[in-house]
Design a protein around this ligand. Structure first.
Ligand code: ATP
Length: 224
């Protein structure tokens, strides 16, 4: 089916993926299952706006995302952010996806975030515009509480009426809901993977073997 004709919810998963690990893959896979998404579109950031420069190039992070997702028919990779050198922002990316020749105005889009990223939403460029462009699904992540008292006040105010535990509501409108979901808790981070690699320690079972082979072949993450 041409993408613009598909009306089923599409997951949108941005990140630095420096490098991608099993926490990312399980988040996307479990989001497909729990939220009845037709697919997840992975969008590696070129230059992320809220953090220092990634340790490896956008081209290499994109290559790793392609490698890790190639055998999953529900995953696609969007290289638009990785292809440009300026800072990556989510609102312009969603506006691009809303164009008629991409997803159009009516298809439900579901921005996938881990709880840590969700808690920092008020720091994002034009963050209040997100709610008109997409739903937000927030995956539980060890170390980041989604309890109301943990939310920055502006985020709590913006989301109070939008929260839902009913994933079926994601199909009822193109945008506007905030749906937390529990995924298998995996306390894996790219920071931890980079530190282990720099220390020369094993990263097996934290990320796919194909990525470990890619990292070794390109001598990535060898220094702190
Ligand atoms: P870093 O340690 O470099 O900050 P990271 O592991 O958090 O990286 P990102 O590429 O920054 O990875 O994350 C992309 C998205 O995936 C974010 O929304 C983040 O919250 C989510 N995410 C990453 N790891 C996990 C995890 N283990 N469980 C749940 N969500 C995760």
């Amino acid at each position: 089916m041409p993408e613009a004709d598909d009306r089923r919810p599409l997951g949108v998963f941005g990140g630095t993926f420096d490098p991608l690990h099993f926490g990312h893959l399980r988040l996307a896979e479990e989001a497909c299952e729990r939220l009845q998404l037709a697919a997840v579109r992975w969008i590696p950031a070129g230059q992320p706006a809220l953090r220092g420069s990634p340790r490896v190039s956008a081209a290499q992070r994109l290559a790793m995302v392609r490698l890790a997702t190639a055998d999953n028919a529900r995953f696609t990779v969007d290289c638009a952010e990785a292809a440009v050198s300026q800072a990556s922002y989510t609102v312009p990316t969603l506006e691009r996806l809303r164009r008629p020749e991409v997803c159009g105005a009516q298809r439900p889009l579901v921005l996938l975030l881990g709880a840590d990223a969700f808690l920092r939403l008020p720091e994002w460029h034009r963050w209040q515009s997100l709610f008109a462009l997409a739903h937000i699904a927030v995956a539980h992540r060890p170390g980041s509480s989604l309890a109301e008292r943990s939310l920055p006040p502006a985020l709590g105010d913006a989301c109070r009426e939008r929260f839902s535990t009913d994933a079926a509501q994601l199909s009822d409108a193109p945008a506007g809901r905030v749906v937390p979901f529990a995924m298998t808790p995996l306390a894996i981070s790219a920071t931890q993977v980079r530190a282990l690699l720099a220390a020369g320690e094993s990263v097996r079972y934290l990320l796919p073997d194909a990525l470990i082979a890619y990292i070794r072949a390109h001598h990535l993450y060898t220094e702190h």
